[in-house]
Each structure stands twice: as C-alpha cells, then as structure tokens.
Design a protein around this ligand. Structure first.
Ligand SMILES: C[S@@+](CC[C@H](N)C(=O)[O-])C[C@H]1O[C@@H](n2cnc3c(N)ncnc32)[C@H](O)[C@@H]1O
Length: 189
C-alpha cells in the first residue's frame, strides 16, 4: 500500500516540484485516504442534524455500549456520551483523522473513547448499538460479521446507505425541510 501510494504520488507530482519533503507529506495524506477507501469509506463527516436524528433513532439508554465503526472526528460518539450517557467508543483507521478526533475530544472533555483501529478486527458482540456511515460495498461485506457477532436486540443505525439486504425496522426518508440522507435502523433478531 505504501509503495503503491508513493508511486502514485511521484507520478502525479509536476516535474521538478518534487523534493525530499514532498513525498512524506503527501504519503501522510494519501495513504490514510486510500486505506480508508479500501477498508470502508473516506472521511466525510455526517451533518450534525443527521447525527442528532441517528442517535434519536438508536433509542440509546444510559450506560449502553455504542460503537461508531469508522468514527471520523468522533462527533457521533461524543454526542452519544454527552446527551445519552452512553458508553461510547469510536474506531478510526485513518491516522490523521484519528489524531483530529483525539484532539477535538481532548478539548471537548469528552467521555467517549476514540480507538485507532480497524473495526473489521474488532469483536462487536458486546455492542448495544452500532452507528455507521460507510460505503455500500463495505456494508454488504459487514453484514456477515454483524450477523455472526451481534447479540439479539442490538440496534444498527446506518447513515446514507443500507446494510446489504437486511430488512430495516425503520427507514427515515430524506424530507424537503431536512436535507440529510436517508437513515436505516435495524434490530438484530
Ligand atoms: C464517511 S466517514 C464517517 C465519519 C463519522 N462516522 C461521521 O459520521 O461523521 C467514514 C470514516 O470511517 C473511517 N474508516 C473507514 N474504514 C474503516 C475501518 N475499516 N476501520 C475504522 N475506520 C474506518 C474513515 O477513515 C472515515 O473517517
């Protein structure tokens, strides 16, 4: 991955603009972006209005365990901990985005935890709620893991794209007054 990124960066650089500092800086930006794209989704923050709706639909009770699998700057877990008293953890794979989330959570005095991790390698069996904003292909592949690991009654709330061919218990449609993407809610049977 690193070598591939380096080759792409070098190829894209205009002639003579390349120096020894350019490659590491570009790699720092490019590698995480490619990694996130290959592994799940690029960093695109969910609008706050949608975050509030997602958490409301998740019906989180105090102390429940919630994971944001691909947490970006950690806005969902921050609000879940602050507003709902959830035991909230976000997994983030991209190093730069992870650092951003840690810095923001430090200044926000957040009770949520941010972990530098690939959610695919995490066991999600103790989750009461999973929230996610990932690409359709990733969600389709995720379905099997969630089927295997999630406990009965666990909720999954997915922003913008459905989870494979799962049947939602509720779908929040885009409305004229709220310009946010649809939200799918699932309850593990
Ligand atoms: C579309 S953004 C959503 C961010 C955040 N959940 C939000 O709603 O604002 C997806 C995030 O997932 C991260 N990501 C993608 N694949 C991942 C993986 N396998 N493990 C952990 N994080 C991942 C990306 O780096 C990116 O920050």
């Amino acid at each position: 991955m690193l070598v591939l990124s380096l080759v792409i960066v070098m190829y894209l650089m205009p002639p003579k603009s390349f120096n020894i500092y350019t490659a590491p800086i570009m790699i720092l930006v490019l590698v995480p972006t490619i990694m996130a794209l290959v592994n799940g989704a690029p960093f695109v923050p969910t609008p706050m209005e949608a975050v509030e709706k997602i958490l409301e639909l998740a019906e989180i009770k105090k102390g429940e365990k919630i994971y944001d699998i691909g947490c970006g700057d950690g806005r969902m877990v921050y609000l879940a901990a602050k507003e709902y008293g959830a035991n909230a953890t976000g997994f983030e794979l991209s190093p730069l985005v992870y650092c951003l989330a840690r810095i923001r959570h430090f200044f926000w005095r957040s009770k949520a935890k941010i972990r530098f991790a690939n959610f695919k390698a995490k066991n999600l069996s103790d989750a009461d709620v999973i929230v996610c904003y990932l690409l359709p292909d990733t969600l389709a592949r995720l379905q099997e893991k969630l089927d295997r690991e999630l406990k009965k009654g666990a909720r999954v709330v997915s922003y913008a794209f459905p989870v494979g061919d799962w049947k939602p218990s509720h779908k929040e449609e885009r409305t004229a007054e709220r310009n946010i993407a649809p939200i799918w809610v699932y309850v593990k049977q």
